[in-house]
Design a binder for this molecule. Structure first.
Ligand code: UTP
Length: 452
């Protein structure tokens, strides 16, 4: 008897004692589970490494010659035109469990800014509102949650009057879940009444956009491009005209930002080229000798890392509806508490289970004409992932302050080293908006400087 059949029979028997479990078992996509087991347990994790690849080329932050300069100017204007004409939407993936941070609540509700303690959601909302005012257009915002945090997220927005964006311009929806299994593929129960279920990875966002009716809503609004970002990066530029413009001019299905890695082993996905396609190899999968390879000028070859900022063409996402495009499952070995044969709760100290997740960047190799635009890390990336140290709230706040100070010093203001600066993205969504503003009313010699 195969493991799926074994799982079916066991679940049927257990579900007869619990209505709640019976509902979950009924709703389970057995075909999908079979695929996940095949990809991650019975055939090993085959999604890890492509055969032939080389470092992906990318558009640098600054144009390298006059031809590129002209292209960038043209792309910037095109990007602004698309935003102004209501062709772009913001899309946040906020369905993660934030286990490393250990914050009690949806990560987007974490207060992050250095002075006003605005939450991540408020920061993004203000940026979207700032851009809407700048370009005199409504920018709809789609927020993917998980079944575990959808209610808390919507409640947070309600309590904050949807941050003045208008409830009708926001859409919240839950991504799919997948059951966890043991290393042999047997389903695990979290309790007598529930399977051990967890969100199906950020790759679940493409299908969730479709299933929730968000893509249809976008089509109705005339949205052509979807700007994808993660909930934990307060520095993200939600709609970058140059990026959107290049993506559109090149007729790209999916485009990505890159960062120059701080070293060969920085924990970022690595952009690689496979023929005319682009792919990402996870940091843990890039062989050490490849990671260490260098160019003649001494720079590492595989230096383009992914901060998980992408733009999708809406009609590319639609291809995931019919299964024409499908993302592979990745195996994540985790500690999952479960009910054993004796009905006791076991809380393992070592990973005991497989979670099945899809990753959004696996859509890249399926995209036509993909492109990468380099980003300046100091300007656009400082995620809040961990409790302390690298990529923590503390490091991210320090980077927010540094960026704000840099914007001011670029304008000739001198700011004391000990001062904290916070810039409101509603008033100044881009650095250029600050440079065009009359800042004469502000005191630049105080310890706390809030520009809003
Ligand atoms: P991470 O991979 O950092 O995971 O997610 P996480 O769940 O937030 O944090 P850890 O690993 O448990 O500490 C990157 C982004 O993808 C979203 C997260 O919300 C975050 O914005 N994500 C992740 C989802 O939306 N769904 C998922 O199933 C997983």
């Amino acid at each position: 008897m195969d493991v799926i059949e074994k799982n079916r029979l066991l679940m049927k028997r257990l579900a007869s004692c619990s209505d709640e479990l019976a509902l979950q078992v009924d709703a389970l996509d057995w075909k999908e589970l079979k695929t996940a087991l095949k990809e991650c347990i019975f055939h090993g994790d085959q999604s890890a490494l492509p055969k032939d690849y080389s470092p992906a080329s990318y558009f640098p932050i600054q144009p390298i010659d006059s031809e590129q300069e002209v292209l960038y100017a043209q792309a910037y204007a095109q990007g602004e035109e698309l935003i102004r004409n209501g062709k772009t939407a913001a899309f946040t993936v906020a369905g993660g469990q934030g286990t490393r941070l250990g914050f009690n609540g949806p990560k987007g509700t974490l207060p992050v800014t250095p002075i006003k303690k605005k939450t991540l959601f408020q920061l993004f909302a203000e940026q979207i509102l700032g851009l809407s005012e700048k370009y005199e257009v409504t920018i709809p915002w789609y927020i993917m949650c998980s079944p575990l945090n959808l209610h808390a997220t919507v409640t947070h927005f309600k309590e904050n009057n949807f941050y003045e964006l208008g409830e009708e311009n926001l859409r919240f929806f839950a991504q799919g879940v997948m059951p966890a299994t043991d290393f042999e593929g047997n389903l695990l129960l979290a309790s007598q009444h529930s399977l051990a279920l967890s969100p199906n990875g950020h790759g679940g966002s493409l299908k969730a956009l479709i299933d929730s009716g968000s893509i249809a809503d976008m089509a109705e609004r005339g949205i052509e491009h979807v700007s994808y970002f993660q909930v934990d990066n307060p520095l993200v530029t939600i709609l970058n005209p140059l990026f959107i413009g290049l993506h559109d001019l090149q007729n790209s299905d999916m485009s990505s930002r890159s960062l120059t890695k701080t070293g060969p082993f920085e924990k970022l996905g690595n952009f690689v080229s496979i023929g005319d396609r682009i792919s990402i190899i996870e940091y843990s999968d890039l062989p050490e000798e490849k990671a260490l390879e260098k160019e003649e000028d001494g720079r590492i070859k595989y230096r383009a890392g992914s901060p998980a900022i992408h733009v999708f063409r809406r009609d590319f996402i639609e291809q995931f509806a019919s299964g024409e495009n499908k993302l592979p499952y990745h195996r994540a070995e985790k500690k999952v508490s479960f009910i054993n044969d004796k009905g006791e709760l076991v809380e393992p100290e070592e990973p005991n289970a497989v979670k099945f997740e899809t990753f959004v960047f696996d859509a890249l190799p399926m995209a036509k004409n993909p492109l990468i635009l380099e980003a300046d890390r100091r300007e656009e990336f400082s995620p809040v992932k961990n409790k302390t140290g690298v990529d923590s709230l503390e490091s991210s706040q320090a980077d927010m302050v540094k960026r704000a100070k840099r914007w001011l010093t670029n304008l000739g203001h001198s700011i004391s080293e000990s001062s904290k600066v916070e810039i409101c993205p509603l008033t100044y969504p881009f650095e250029e908006d600050l440079s065009q503003a009359d800042l004469s009313g502000y005191e630049f010699n105080s310890e706390l400087i809030y520009l809003g």
